[in-house]
Design a binder for this molecule. Structure first.
Ligand SMILES: [Zn+2]
Length: 345
């Protein structure tokens, strides 16, 4: 490309050449000629540089448009569409709020929430987004083994489970669930609570999880025919508790039991084993998280797998373990499946 530095060099070289090789009159003639030529070349160079800047700007703008967040729906939305196939999710970009607005329509209720990195917040909570977790998180494939915990991880669990953090830390983004389960108030949600029989035990659940629980029951009973451990689980089950309007212990968060979409499976006597982190914390306040897995009661692996295959996560895989607890979170199961299938970077 022609540039100013090259032009100056050419000019100097030509002047030197003519100074040494031609007569005085001609020298003046050539100097004027060189001057005119250099002006012409400068114009060409200027046009060329200007065009180059223009091209770069255009390509930057085109690139921006192609990669602009406003042109592609948030990726996680397809996970929600798959997790809740009977619910309509319509996304439109809100230029003013600079975020996706998601219209959620269950057929009987509808509402709009902002995507906000997967938090699903109403407009008036957007400024306070750090106070809310995201709907999606990586649910572990394996049961985390405390034998593998580093001192830093233990410290992190201590902090996370501290009453201060549970009281004042971030909370679950309730708004999405309030909308799809109509559970903003006790009065509202109780219109959707129905009584079912699960493995021979009476349970009050949200009507939306009646179907998945029926499939789970069928599959567990089928497995019990050939698997002694599963048969023993069914035979010794004493309770399957679900709906209970309450807050999660130590925190202002509402439990998924308050929506009727979590089920606690309690066996008849769990012997010397431990079943819930906070009960163990009362005995061993410092090191409850290090309690070896074989000292915790667990449902059979096959039972955990059947629940997971039908959209439930198991509390035994949480750092603050709750081994009787299953919770209907199909979006978390699908999201984690995608993450776990992706090759490690
Ligand atoms: Zn529970």
């Amino acid at each position: 490309m022609v540039n100013c530095q090259n032009l100056c060099q050419v000019k100097i070289d030509l002047i030197k050449f003519f100074r040494n090789n031609v007569s005085v009159k001609l020298k003046y003639f050539y100097i004027i000629l060189i001057f005119i030529i250099s002006i012409l070349l400068s114009c060409v160079a200027y046009n060329s540089v200007e065009k180059d800047i223009q091209n770069k700007t255009e390509s930057t703008e085109t690139g921006k448009a192609a990669g602009n967040e406003s042109s592609v729906e948030p990726e996680g939305l397809s996970i929600l569409k798959e997790a809740y196939p009977d619910i309509d999710f319509t996304a439109s970009y809100d230029e003013e709020m600079n975020d996706w607005k998601i219209l959620i329509d269950t057929g009987t209720r509808s509402g709009e929430l902002y995507w906000c990195g997967g938090r699903f917040l109403p407009a008036d909570k957007l400024a306070d987004k750090d106070s809310y977790w995201k709907l999606f998180y990586k649910y572990s494939e394996e049961i985390p083994d405390p034998a593998d915990f580093s001192p830093e991880e233990v410290e992190r669990i201590r902090k996370f489970s501290s009453p201060e953090n549970r009281r004042e830390g971030a909370s679950s983004p309730q708004f999405f669930y309030d909308l799809i389960y109509d559970c903003e108030s006790r009065r509202a949600v109780e219109q959707h609570i129905i009584q079912i029989s699960f493995l021979g035990k009476r349970s009050n659940v949200h009507e939306r999880i009646k179907e998945p629980l029926a499939v789970i029951e069928k599959q567990i009973l089928e497995a019990a025919k050939t698997d002694e451990e599963v048969k023993n689980f069914v035979d010794t089950l004493s309770r399957a508790d679900s709906y209970n309007w309450r807050e999660i212990s130590d925190s202002g968060n509402r439990s998924f039991h308050s929506m009727g979409i979590a089920v606690d499976v309690l066996p008849r006597g769990w012997g010397q084993k431990n079943i819930y982190w906070a009960w163990r914390r009362d005995i061993d306040p410092e090191n409850w998280m290090l309690l070896p897995l074989d000292r915790r009661w667990m449902p059979p692996r096959q039972v955990i797998r059947i629940f997971e295959n039908n959209g439930f996560i198991w509390g035994g895989k949480w750092m603050i373990w709750d081994n009787m607890h299953f919770e209907y979170r199909p979006e978390v199961i699908l999201y984690s499946k995608i993450l776990n299938a992706a090759p490690e970077k």
